[in-house]
Design a protein around this ligand. Structure first.
Ligand SMILES: C[S@@+](CC[C@H](N)C(=O)[O-])C[C@H]1O[C@@H](n2cnc3c(N)ncnc32)[C@H](O)[C@@H]1O
Length: 240
């Protein structure tokens, strides 16, 4: 896709998440359109727990953590429970408002700074002990993935860790009215509960591709997958 076409899609992706903020958690909680019945839902929640345990155990206690594309704060709460300070960044004002509510209700709001920024232009001025990216990297176009990992590398202290989780290519990981694109496609159509539709970037990358991208940016990779639903990984910046 020509770059101006991709710019347009990334703009539409931002509008989509702004409009989806109020219904975003239905996907994570398997409610409404995302409810696939008891057996699939049970697998979904068990695999969430598996990935969560692996990622959260890698967060250094008491450090400075960034949550990039924090959304409604599902992971920000978990990060704030371990870290001294969390910088939670998202491009969507509506998502940030939801995250702020969640952190207030959890009693952890004092540990979190919220920031609205476009992550494709984000150049942090401080370094973190850990950087978390939940379900964002699959929305990053191929030719921008290395640049995101380089920014993450530069924003980590020596020995710091990047942690990510994302979707595997599994039809029951979303709702039936949002069919997965062809394997060769980087763009898919997403729908809201009210029927509005948006074109966004969605790329399901093999674990080896994610590991290679991390390595190219100086992050020693450890990428894993749960049985059906999630890919997650940890990358470590060298101490030297
Ligand atoms: C799939 S959601 C993930 C939210 C959260 N990390 C989670 O795991 O629940 C993707 C998030 O990326 C944000 N986002 C998309 N494009 C962005 C951009 N260019 N800059 C900053 N945030 C962006 C959206 O607003 C949305 O909150």
């Amino acid at each position: 896709m020509a770059d101006s076409g991709m710019e347009r899609t990334l703009g539409e992706q931002m509008l989509y998440y702004e409009a989806r903020a109020g219904e975003y958690d239905e996907w994570w909680l398997r409610r409404g359109r995302y409810d696939h019945g008891a057996a699939d839902n049970e697998a979904w929640f068990a695999e969430q727990a598996e990935a969560r345990a692996a990622l959260i155990s890698a967060i250094p206690d008491g450090g400075q953590v960034a949550d990039l594309a924090c959304g409604t704060g599902i992971w920000t709460v978990l990060l704030a429970a371990h870290a001294d300070r969390v910088t939670a960044i998202d491009g969507s004002v509506a998502m940030l408002a939801k995250a702020e509510d969640r952190l207030t209700q959890s009693g952890l709001i004092d540990r979190v700074n919220f920031l609205q920024a476009d992550l494709f232009a984000w150049r942090p001025s401080v370094q973190f002990d850990a950087i978390f990216l939940g379900f964002f990297l699959s929305h990053v176009p191929e030719d921008r993935l290395d640049s995101i990992f380089r920014s993450v590398h530069d924003a980590l202290k020596p020995g710091g860790k990047v942690l990510f989780i994302d979707s595997k290519r599994e039809p029951s990981g979303s709702s039936p009215d949002q069919p997965l694109p062809d394997e060769s496609e980087a763009i898919m159509t997403r729908r809201l509960n009210d029927g509005r539709s948006f074109r966004i970037v969605k790329i399901f990358r093999a674990p080896e591709r994610m590991a290679a991208a991390m390595e190219r940016s100086g992050l020693a990779p450890d990428v894993r997958e749960t049985a059906r639903y999630f890919q997650y990984g940890i990358g470590t910046k060298s101490t030297g």
